[in-house]
Design a protein around this ligand. Structure first.
Ligand code: GLN
Length: 252
């Protein structure tokens, strides 16, 4: 686990201090080290950047908290919220009923789904049924892994990776025949680092939504929801969305 904590001073704190009043509370926020383009490290500055990073900065500013940011393998995030080691997680995290029993989720802030990624020119794998008995990369603790376990008769070839970077490396090196994972993430990888080498195929599986996860019973839930709603209302959400994903569909 990467234990480097990055200090982020919210603009609200700066304002509060300028006004000479008490400082805001500092919450522990955790994210995935690499879930493109939601969170990733800027190689030049060493800072975490991406869609989620801008969303949480804006939410913190509006809700009135400061935060320290840490990264953690995705599989460790829910346990860390459960034990109270962190207060908030933003990591392209899918809202599921099982998780809702353990943590509190904000209202949804991003519509997603699951998708297949294969080496360019691979014609054998087009839909989920083609994955039977094949070597498939997925991520430990993710909804894509659960989906494969549930929907494949022969899932003996499914390898769960702790991080998405390793999973993509496995695909590029031929260690796995396909990757099955979050649609925006495989799509972004195919357009960037994987360009010319890999391609997305088949339909979108399992429509799902991402939410910000808070430790159960968090007093910040209402504030976080209010901040998200205000950002969607005043166009701030749209600006951030379009920076990372291009034109926002009308129905968002
Ligand atoms: N959306 C997926 C999940 O919540 C994967 C998220 C991630 O890998 N950061 O399971």
């Amino acid at each position: 686990m990467n234990t480097k904590w990055l200090k982020t001073i919210g603009a609200s704190l700066a304002l509060t201090l300028a006004a000479g009043t008490a400082s805001a509370e500092t919450l522990r926020v955790v994210t995935d080290p690499s879930f493109v383009p939601f969170e990733m490290m800027d190689q030049e500055t060493g800072e975490m950047i991406g869609f989620d990073m801008e969303i949480i900065a804006e939410v913190a500013k509006r809700a009135g908290f400061e935060y320290d940011l840490n990264t953690m393998d995705f599989n460790g995030i829910i346990p860390a919220l459960q034990t109270g080691n962190v207060d908030i997680a933003i990591a392209g995290m899918t809202i599921t009923e099982a998780r809702e029993e353990i943590v509190d989720f904000s209202n949804p802030y991003y519509d997603s789904g699951l998708r297949l990624l294969v080496p360019k020119g691979n014609d054998d794998i087009k839909v989920l049924a083609d994955l039977e008995g094949k070597k498939i990369g997925s991520k430990i603790g993710s909804t894509s892994y659960d989906f494969l376990m549930k929907n494949l008769d022969d899932n003996s070839g499914v390898t769960p990776y702790p991080g998405s970077a390793d999973m993509y490396l496995a695909l590029m090196s031929g260690a796995v025949d396909a990757v099955f994972y979050d649609a925006p993430n495989v799509g972004y990888f195919a357009r960037t680092k994987g360009s010319g080498k890999v391609q997305t195929v088949g339909p979108m599986y399992e429509g799902q939504q991402y939410g910000i996860a808070l430790k159960a019973g968090s007093e910040w839930l209402d504030e976080v929801n209010a901040a998200l709603a205000a950002m969607m209302e005043d166009g701030t959400y749209k600006t951030i969305y379009e920076k990372w994903f291009g034109p926002m569909p009308e129905d968002k």
